[in-house]
Structure formats: structure tokens, C-alpha cells
Design a protein around this ligand. Structure first.
Ligand SMILES: *Cc1c(COP(=O)(O)O)cnc(C)c1O
Length: 217
């Protein structure tokens, strides 16, 4: 599928939900994709991408920025505290802040660097042992802690379990955000972004539907 087809589907989903299309940002998830595919999407004028590893992003985006000017890249994968500095220099947003230690490291660096990416707090809505994110029961406390650190918290992020109806998870994330006064909702991937838009997503993270399957060259 092409970028323009995905944009059309986003427009249709917004129309159906009675939402302005400007309220939904498309993050083109370029992790592991061959550079020529990423280049093609840049050539179409898209300027917002998602990566899930700091190292991989560091090897790719400085060159593309040199060539195309400013490009927003969001970190959507797990972040170790010792890579926080590098992440804050590379990314315009971090969607995976999920523990106090990391939040404190980012807050300290923000003081030192004088800037901070937009912050999304990851919630493990499915309470899956192997998945990152704070548990729903701990979310209110963690949000308050991050706001207390003066982090620019835009909203919440989730990755629903593969084998469950994602709508329940999107609705739960939206509910936690609303009761904490947060407007950003990073949710929805290739298979379910229209669903996520219906439930309030402000940032959809779409990879394979734009670029093709990862690993197929
Ligand atoms: C890879 C990834 C995506 C994109 O997944 P697709 O199914 O290819 O759209 C979205 N969010 C996160 C956190 C990811 O790691």
C-alpha cells in the first residue's frame, strides 16, 4: 500500500468519527526497512517517522536530514537510561517512557540540554509480562510523578496484545488519559489504525502498511 492510500484511509476514518484530519498525525514506522523505501516516502514529502532503536536511527536519520532538511523522528521502542542523552539529541518525541528511573534521567538531561522531546508514557494495557509499560493501576501515579518532574508529557502510548480486540485497549488508554487531563494518544498500527482513530488516537504508528513487510527486500 502507498503513503497516499494510508492518508486517504486516515481521512475517511476521521470523517467517520467526526474528527478534523489535522488532529491525527501519521508516524511512518521505518524500522528495519531498506533505505530506498524510506527515501521513496521522503520523496513523497512525508516528514514524520518512527524508529524503535536508538542505534538504528542514529545510523540513518542524520544523513536523511542533511539531505532533506528537518524531519521529525519519534522513538517508539524501549529506551535504556544510558541511551537517554543520545535519544534526546535524535528524536522529537519519545513514546516509551515507562519507569521512574528513565523519567528522572530524561528530566535531568532536559535541564542540562535546555530542551526536551515530547514525552508519551507507555501503558501496558494488556498487563503482559513480556511487554513494557506501567500497569493501568499504576498509571495515574506515574503520570503525576512525570508531571512533577516538569516533563512535557503529551499523552499516553499502548501496544495492545496481539490476540485481543484492540478497541478495549484503545478505550482504556483514552480513559486513563482523559482522567489525567492528557490529550495525546499514541495508538493504532497497520492492522488497526482506523479503529484507534475512532477511539481518539492523535498519533498512529504505521509501518508495514506503508513500507511493506519488514525483512522482505
Ligand atoms: C513496529 C511498530 C509499529 C508498526 O507496526 P506495523 O504493524 O508494521 O504497522 C508500531 N508501533 C510500535 C511500537 C512498533 O514497534
Amino acid at each position: 500500500m502507498s503513503l497516499s492510500e494510508i492518508n486517504s484511509r486516515i481521512e475517511a476514518a476521521c470523517a467517520k468519527a467526526g474528527r478534523d484530519v489535522d488532529t491525527v498525525k501519521l508516524i511512518a514506522v521505518s524500522k528495519v526497512q531498506p533505505l530506498d523505501r524510506v527515501q521513496a516516502v521522503l520523496d513523497e514529502g512525508h516528514r514524520l517517522f518512527g524508529e524503535n532503536r536508538v542505534q538504528e536511527a542514529a545510523g540513518k536519520w542524520p544523513d536523511f536530514r542533511q539531505q532533506c532538511g528537518s524531519i521529525d523522528v519519534h522513538l517508539i521502542g524501549p529506551l535504556q537510561s544510558n541511551k537517554a542523552r543520545q535519544a534526546m539529541e535524535l528524536f522529537q518525541a519519545i513514546h516509551s517512557v515507562d519507569r521512574p528511573k528513565l523519567a528522572k534521567a530524561i528530566a535531568r538531561l532536559a535541564q542540562e540540554l535546555g530542551h526536551c522531546p515530547e514525552i508519551f508514557l507507555q501503558v501496558n494495557t494488556g498487563e503482559e509480562a513480556q511487554k513494557a509499560g506501567v500497569l493501568p493501576a499504576d498509571a495515574d501515579g506515574f503520570i503525576a510523578e512525570c508531571l512533577g518532574l516538569d516533563l512535557p508529557v503529551q499523552g499516553l502510548m499502548c501496544i495492545p496484545p496481539l490476540d485481543e480486540d484492540p478497541s478495549l485497549h484503545f478505550a482504556l488508554l483514552a480513559k486513563i488519559a482523559a482522567r489525567n487531563g492528557l490529550s495525546g494518544l499514541s495508538m493504532g498500527m497497520s492492522g488497526d489504525f482506523e479503529n484507534a482513530i475512532a477511539l481518539g488516537a492523535t498519533h498512529v504508528r504505521v509501518g508495514s502498511a506503508i513500507f511493506g513487510d519488514r525483512g522482505v527486500k
